[in-house]
Design a protein around this ligand. Structure first.
Ligand code: FES
Length: 77
């Protein structure tokens, strides 16, 4: 029964990818922060209730912000 539940969960939700290993932030965490109005990495960290440590994830967060901005500007009016 437990195996069926685990498999069902794996099939129904895409796996989250870690963006920030220091703060255990996933792409979902960062995406939710961006959807919530975070417009720069510092705002993403603040929205997630943390501060950056090593900073290696900043470039990934910037890329996610750019992708979001492109989607918003390309969306039909
Ligand atoms: S990977 Fe995000 S602060 Fe280190």
């Amino acid at each position: 029964m437990v195996i069926i539940i685990i498999i069902n969960n794996l099939l129904s939700e895409p796996l989250a990818m870690y963006i920030c290993s220091c703060r255990a932030l996933t792409d979902r965490d960062v995406g939710n922060a961006i959807q919530g109005g975070a417009d720069r990495p510092s705002a993403v960290y603040k929205s997630c209730g943390c501060k950056p440590d090593c900073g290696r994830c900043v470039a990934k967060i910037v890329n996610m912000l750019r992708e979001h901005n492109q989607e918003v500007t390309q969306a039909p009016a």
